[in-house]
Design a protein around this ligand. Structure first.
Ligand code: 13P
Ligand code: SF4
Length: 308
């Protein structure tokens, strides 16, 4: 039996569901029951009746699934699947920051730890960040954490001032503006689309800015036949399946790597073998302290309600 067949069989036997992010390897995306962005994945996690959730993504995503499903087993293929953005916001420093600004509403991007979510009023993802910020009365000051690039983008779009945490994603900050402009000169008919975790100078070049699912939807619904895609390169797998006759060019990163595109080293530590092993052994499991879990659940539920 192939590894894929073994995973499928075990998944049926154990009543497990495999949820995968667009940045996972193509073979993981192919075996998943659902592939989506952070919002879609948390919505799926909230509604699943599976006994085991295999989360093919990074730690904060699996943690969100566990917060929504404390009685279910949630496994992550590799516990090293972290996130530079989540790591850029240590709970003790964030607690002191929030305490310094007691009259502020706290909105956090889902790319953060459960401890940070427990100090939050509403969680958001890149799909719903504008809507969530706009749900807060205009006279109420806001702390936005941890992504300063997404925060700046929201401030520009909504015209609202926010206090930003100084965090960022290593993958999206690696895009090189000079190389991007040179690439666009080479393909002047290509439309640039970008994820809002990218820096302001990259976003300025983009015709469309949105979450991973927003970007896929954009190329599906626009007639242009060439796109330069500024986000993690794993998205190209699903995107190309959706628009087989369209040319998709990954935006270039500063460091010349072999694929001349950006890959998230955290997302890519998961492999099909590790996925099989974690389902078979029901390990490594994600656990969240019950006190933190109860506090973190409230802002996640608020986000899910506001996203319906
Ligand atoms: P999305 O919510 O757009 O899937 O983004 C997740 C992420 O980690 C981007 O780096
Ligand atoms: Fe985190 Fe960036 Fe990787 Fe997304 S791409 S998981 S934000 S490090």
């Amino acid at each position: 039996m192939s590894l894929k067949e073994k995973i499928k069989k075990l998944k049926e036997e154990k009543n497990a569901v495999i949820l995968a992010h667009y940045y996972q390897t193509p073979e993981i995306q192919e075996i998943a029951d659902y592939v989506g962005d952070s919002l879609g994945l948390s919505q799926k996690a909230a509604e699943t009746d599976a006994d085991i959730i295999v989360f093919a993504g990074v730690h904060f995503m699996a943690e969100t699934a566990k917060i929504l499903n404390p009685k279910k087993t949630v496994v992550l293929p590799d516990l090293n699947a972290g996130c530079s953005l989540a790591d850029s916001c240590p709970p003790d420093l964030f607690e002191a920051f929030v305490e310094k600004h007691p009259n502020h509403k706290v909105i956090t991007y889902v790319n953060c730890s459960a401890e940070i979510k427990a100090m939050t009023d509403i969680v958001c993802t890149s799909s719903n960040a504008l809507k969530i910020v706009e749900s807060i009365p205009k006279d109420k000051p806001i702390i936005f954490a941890p992504d300063k690039n997404l925060g700046k983008y929201i401030m520009k779009e909504t015209g609202r001032e926010m206090l930003l945490w100084d965090g960022s994603c290593v993958v999206h900050e690696a895009f090189c503006i000079d190389k991007l402009l040179a690439l666009h000169n080479e393909y002047p008919d290509a439309v640039i689309i970008a994820h809002p975790e990218s820096e302001e100078h990259i976003l300025k070049t983009a015709t469309y800015i949105g979450s991973t699912s927003g970007m896929i939807n954009y190329v599906k619904t626009h007639p242009e036949k060439k796109f330069i895609v500024a986000t993690e390169a794993g998205i190209l797998h699903k995107m190309q399946q959706e628009v087989p006759d369209t040319t998709l060019i990954p935006a270039p990163a500063e460091e010349d790597n072999t694929c001349a595109c950006s890959e998230c080293g955290y997302m890519k530590v998961n492999t099909l073998q590790k996925l099989y092993d974690c389902l078979k052994n029901e390990s490594p499991q994600i656990d969240v302290d019950s006190d933190i879990r109860e506090k973190a659940l409230i802002p996640i539920q608020r986000m899910l309600e506001l996203s319906n």
